[in-house]
Design a protein around this ligand. Structure first.
Ligand SMILES: [Zn+2]
Length: 361
């Protein structure tokens, strides 16, 4: 069967939790897996915003593979593994990015996952829109130094917040932004003022207030902002963390939060349930029940961000809603086993995500 040529495509018939869109991620690892095989691979560029189904309800292929089935069949499982989990994390990160607006968003979630996948989680969080990651290997993966804050452990070991702030201030290497935790022993308001008074170049305070003490978290934040301002510390920012839900972020931002540390929600994002299906065997289009046979062209309206899936070879259509000329969204990235372009940097992919989020109606 080695010589049997097929066309196969990867689609997600639906997205988790009825998400209206997803972010396609995990492409770079997939291309490294497939390059060198006798295949042609068309795919969306990494970081592309996609929908599970076209306007007509047809599942939208994110990747199409053509070539001898036997050459890639053994890679189906790792290929889907790369795409499913990376895309889930990148999509959740992008959802938090939208909710956070222009506030800083830090990815803190690797401690909730197996260390073997920390680089994937941090890279996918970053390209999805987080501003920074917290692991050394994640920082190396994305090409930006990791960011973090002082831990509660330090305050507990010193037994006194001011002494801990002072030791932290003197031990942080030059150039690292100093962010003091202000919820360990006393009220956030008094600890924030103490941190600002103790650390001359304090960048931010971080409120990781336990749920049992929160009452109104927005009120605590606005009170801290007020007291810092009253004492001449208007340039000290306020970061918040601790099981933040996506829908809470806008209200916390209005109350004065300048940044958010998000952990489990992003690192433990649901996977996107892509499947790989054969749609053509030996030049004959057919597919299993429930799937659409044949090679396809995939177009997206740049204004509506809606998709049209057509039989391969169709002309680029005009959007039926707004009349814009649609864009061909699948690019030939491996041609006869050879990659057609250099790998994109995490920064470039992240810029694509931010630009496409900005185009969502
Ligand atoms: Zn349109």
């Amino acid at each position: 069967m080695d010589g049997v040529g097929v066309s196969a495509e990867i689609t997600a018939s639906e997205l988790p939790s009825q998400w209206p869109w997803g972010i396609f991620a995990g492409l770079e690892e997939s291309l490294r897996l497939l390059e060198g095989l006798p295949l042609t691979v068309r795919a969306m560029r990494e970081g592309t915003l996609f929908r599970a189904r076209s306007r007509q309800g047809i599942p939208v292929p994110v990747m199409c593979i053509e070539g001898a089935y036997a050459s890639f069949s053994i890679y189906e499982t790792p290929l889907l593994g790369f795409l499913c989990q990376s895309s889930g994390v990148a999509t959740m990160s992008a959802r938090y990015r939208r909710a956070a607006g222009d506030r800083r968003l830090l990815s803190f979630g690797i401690r909730r996952a197996h260390p073997a996948i920390a680089p994937m989680i941090d890279r996918s969080s970053f390209i999805g829109g987080c501003d920074a990651v917290s692991s050394v290997i994640g920082g190396r993966t994305i090409g930006h130094p990791p960011e973090g804050t002082m831990p509660h452990a330090e305050v507990l070991l010193f037994g006194d917040s001011r002494r801990a702030f002072d030791a932290y201030s003197r031990s942080v290497p030059p150039g690292v932004k100093k962010i003091a935790l202000v919820d360990t022993f006393a009220d956030e308001k008094s600890e924030a003022v103490a941190a600002a008074e103790t650390i001359p170049d304090l960048y931010a305070v971080r409120l990781d207030t336990p749920r049992s003490r929160r009452g109104s978290f927005p009120s605590i934040i606005s009170e801290v902002r007020w007291e810092l301002d009253a004492r001449g510390f208007a340039d000290v920012r306020i970061f918040v963390s601790g099981g933040l839900r996506e829908e809470e972020l806008p209200q916390l931002a209005r109350a004065g939060a300048d940044g958010f540390g998000v952990g489990t929600a992003i690192s433990n994002a649901p996977v996107i349930d892509y499947a790989l299906d054969i749609v053509n065997v030996g030049g004959r289009s057919y597919a299993k029940r429930g799937k659409y046979s044949g090679a396809k062209s995939v177009f997206r309206c740049p204004s509506c961000m809606e998709f049209d899936v057509l039989h391969a070879g169709n002309e680029v259509p005009a959007c039926p809603s707004c009349g814009s000329r649609e864009e061909n969204i699948l690019h030939t990235l491996i041609d006869g086993g050879r990659r057609t372009a250099a790998a994109e940097s995490p920064d470039a992919i992240r810029e694509r995500v931010l630009a496409e989020l900005g185009r969502l109606p």
